[in-house]
Write a protein that binds this ligand. Sequence first.
Ligand code: AKG
Length: 326
Amino acid sequence: MVVLASTPAVDHIPLLRSPDPGDYFSGMPVVDLSSPGAPRAIADACERFGFFKLVNHGVPADTMDRLESEAVRFFSLPQADKDRSGPAYPFGYGSKRIGLNGDMGWLEYLLLAVDSASLSGACAVPSCALFRAALNEYIAAVRKVAVRVMEAMAEGLGIAAVDALSGMVTAEGSDQVFRVNHYPPCHALQGLGCSATGFGEHTDPQLISVLRSNGTSGLQIALQNGQWVSVPSDRDAFFVNVGDSLQVLTNGRFKSVKHRVVANSLKSRVSMIYFGGPAMTQRIAPLPQLLGAGEQSLYKDFTWGEYKKAAYNSRLGDNRLAQFHR
Ligand code: AKG
């Protein structure tokens, strides 16, 4: 991490070395969801990286663009108007503060609750009807993609029940969250060789995250050897992350990927992420079908509710699963 003496605009935001072209992730797995080989390719990518790019996913470009335009419109509102949609806890607008434990990033965001396949009626934010319609159309579509990907994961793992994983996000009471992030350009650091942390390193606690961004890169993932690599943006594709809970369900076969965002000094990044989590009471333990003869779970038993509580009480970069290891 870079430490810079005094740059008031980025006070309290940790700095990172600016990415250079050599950091690009040359080995990124790209999965064609329409191909018969998708289940095996998805399982392979989840075992090696916990991350892959998904193409031919079937979500119309219009659905993605409409939501991006509405999000840009929202984030362009005067600060006082946006603040009326906050704070972000449990749901709403937030700026710079991520969570309640002191993590800071160069971003603003909307954190939204999802019920079944649309925004939760109880979530009054955002109030604009066009934005809500764009969110609902997009959430319904991206959730279908998440379900198809989880079905493919089950097939790729050789599990006979197609819904062994996807059933956890389609179940009544599943804990789904949607997040729209805006990383404004951080002009103050232009040319200094360092960049503001947009979103600090972390793994996602849920089962699966499905991300789409505009054409500004910034997302980085950590490879299993600890090297950080930059993910080239692709506004037509989704990027899928394995979350901690899915790592546990597969007894460590799938890897929950550590990732972060480096803010750009010239261009805004807008990302929208669907996080699929199970119901609070769902037990998170390796699926029996995946345990070989005599193989023991690597983890203590816990429910999603217990894990979520532990995750929300920790710092972003903490190894949250460590306390649940046997
Ligand atoms: C998150 O919201 O949990 C992220 O990791 C953000 C990733 C991004 O904005 O590209």
